[in-house]
Design a protein around this ligand. Structure first.
Ligand SMILES: Nc1ncnc2c1ncn2[C@@H]1O[C@H](COP(=O)(O)OP(=O)(O)OP(=O)(O)O)[C@@H](O)[C@H]1O
Ligand SMILES: [Mg+2]
Length: 334
């Protein structure tokens, strides 16, 4: 009897691969869980035909706080990959199959030795300005190509999911812990939720970007939403700012990367006046900074002192928003 696609605890994944017609029911599959994911199970799957990566959304996120989200979000991640592949094919993993019943999809396997995670490179001081520029360019191209598209707005009308995955756990949770700036944070939630201009990735962080031989590859679009471009831009810049709170010796370099990323992005941002988008991004940024200290998904790498400094900076700039991202980055010295 053939062994069948059943390996320790991963039977659901193996069955999903069969339903995607990626393997036959009688083939031998070796599934190895990948570490790191908090919102999904993600496996390296060795098949007779080669290696693929398979991802399935979890109903409850692996964080300390109780955070439950519908698994239907997985289909939007696959949809985002389809749209992005039409715009920047080298910058997304190739989608190989989808099983909506299981909330799973399969994509090309990108070996970690050739595709390191950008966050790891940044933490080691191995990030470059060219990488940051390329990341900004890809984000700008995706936003520009999806701007003011009614068809995409209908396909990604994921407002409720975006609220459950992003606005509530980040900004609204931070508001509950910081009553002094709660009204400002609520205003940011309202502005962000009401701005529907481009296809937003929703988790545009260095943790979700691999740096491959042909440039960045963007992963993990389960928060995809037709909404405010400022969210993705602020999200990316936020993580670069947090890196300088983490590794202060490279602060000047992280600031330079931020400028490169924003400049490359800006070159594509023609759907609205740059001053408007810049001001919305600069207003949102202190909210996202605070969310990474006091929200449901705080970054794991800041000391208590660094957290307090980020919190202080965020409070000041929530009360008096900077007019531009450049100004805010310049002022950032927690
Ligand atoms: N196609 C792929 N090939 C190889 N490795 C991958 C691939 N996709 C994801 N990974 C690895 O798995 C990790 C987690 O992937 P992903 O971010 O999609 O999962 P997640 O559960 O949504 O994560 P989190 O919620 O923590 O951001 C990535 O950082 C990367 O190291
Ligand atoms: Mg991820």
């Amino acid at each position: 009897m053939p062994p069948g696609p059943i390996v320790d605890g991963a039977q659901d994944m193996a069955r999903a691969l069969v339903r995607m017609a990626i393997v036959s029911a009688d083939s031998f599959v070796v599934l190895t869980p990948l570490a790191g994911g908090v919102s999904s199970d993600i496996y390296r799957a060795e098949l007779p035909s080669g290696v693929v990566c398979v991802k399935r959304a979890l109903p409850r996120l692996k964080v300390a706080a109780d955070w439950q989200v519908p698994v239907g979000r997985n289909q939007y991640e696959a949809e985002w990959m389809r749209v992005a592949a039409g715009i920047a094919p080298a910058s997304v993993p190739r989608l190989l199959g989808e099983d909506r019943e299981a909330g799973a999809f399969a994509m090309a396997w990108l070996p970690p030795e050739r595709y390191p995670v950008w966050k790891t490179l940044l933490a080691e001081g191995a990030g470059t300005r060219a990488m940051a520029r390329h990341v900004g360019d890809v984000l700008g191209r995706i936003h520009a190509a999806t701007a003011d598209r009614a068809d995409l707005a209908a396909r990604f009308a994921t407002d409720a999911l975006f609220h459950a995955l992003r606005l509530d756990p980040y900004l609204a949770t931070a508001a509950r812990v910081n009553p002094a700036v709660a009204a400002r944070l609520s205003a940011l939630v309202a502005t962000t939720a009401a701005t529907r201009r481009v296809l937003v990735h929703g988790d545009f962080s260095p943790k979700n970007i691999l740096i491959g031989p042909d440039g960045p590859v963007i992963l993990d679009a389960e928060c995809a939403w037709y909404g405010d471009p400022a969210f993705d831009l602020a999200f990316a810049v936020n993580h670069l700012l947090l890196k300088s709170a983490w590794r202060p010796r490279w602060r000047a370099e992280y600031a330079a990367m931020t400028r490169e990323l924003v400049a490359a992005y800006r070159a594509h941002a023609a759907w609205e006046p740059w001053a408007d988008l810049d001001a919305r991004t600069a207003a949102l940024l202190p909210g996202l900074l605070l969310a990474r200290v006091d929200g449901k998904s705080p970054v794991e790498y800041l000391t208590a002192d660094a957290q307090a400094a980020v919190r202080r900076f965020a409070h000041v700039h929530l009360r008096e928003p900077a007019a531009s991202v450049a100004r805010l980055v310049h002022d950032f010295a927690p």
